[in-house]
Design a protein around this ligand. Structure first.
Ligand code: 6GU
Length: 225
């Protein structure tokens, strides 16, 4: 998979050199490049924003640099993801779907957003999604893009060592994951649940399922229906 990110703070993506993602990059499974939006400005001051038509607070990102950036970065096989708190919710299902794409382009907005014609124009050329990572507001889309990138790339075939841990984890079956324990059996007066020491696999599965349901009911009642 090829991934590009366009941002006025491309250094945010330097963290991708660390961790498993860095290894996927080195192995050639993922080819990643961050780009500075300002390199597509044409004025002396490298201006990327202006005041909003219709008035209101804050600044809007100008369309021209985005247009030129997309002219250079997009191909007919690209999927563009605009990071915005006004987007559709990012979910495990969407991560799964996006993990099959050939080319993802994260367009990271700042300020009060990007001129909406940039989205319209990109949509006339390629697949375009406006995506939010949750019901809160970040200063810019870079951290959101990093979160999505991590959720998407770890689902790619050959990325993780253990395929089972992907099937069993939270959200893959619509429920939150059950609690986990390891050695020692007794720690600060707290014991590992007896059933997990029993060796009765059917009982363990039953217990874990019940824990998943109870956790989901407590923490995410909205997921149960
Ligand atoms: Cl994708 N961007 C920004 N700026 N804020 C957000 C978000 C994205 N998702 C939730 N809040």
């Amino acid at each position: 998979m090829r991934i590009d990110a366009i941002s006025i703070f491309p250094d945010y993506f330097n963290v991708l050199e660390l961790s498993l993602l860095g290894k996927a990059k080195q192995s050639g499974l993922i080819e990643f490049q961050a780009h500075d939006l300002r390199s597509w400005t044409t004025d002396k001051h490298k201006t990327v924003d202006d005041s909003p038509y219709g008035g209101g607070a804050g600044m809007v990102m100008k369309p021209e640099p985005w247009g030129l950036a997309f002219d250079d970065v997009l191909t007919p096989k690209s999927t563009v993801i605009f990071t915005t708190p006004a987007g559709i919710p990012f979910t495990q299902k969407l991560a799964q779907e996006l993990s099959t794409r050939e080319h993802l382009v994260f367009a990271c907005g700042r300020y009060e957003g990007i001129d909406q014609r940039v989205v319209e124009n990109a949509r006339s050329e390629v697949e375009v999604l406006e995506i939010s990572i949750g019901d809160y507001v970040l200063n810019g889309g870079e951290v959101a893009a990093l979160a999505m990138l991590e959720a998407i790339t770890r689902l790619m075939p050959g990325f993780m060592g253990n395929a089972e841990s992907i099937v069993e984890e939270s959200h893959s079956d619509g429920l939150l994951e059950y609690p986990s324990y390891t050695k020692p059996q007794s720690w600060r007066g707290l014991e590992v649940p007896e059933v997990l020491l029993s060796g009765h696999h059917a009982e363990i599965e039953k217990w874990r399922r019940a824990q998943s349901v109870e956790r989901t009911r407590q923490n995410r009642p909205d997921l149960i229906d």
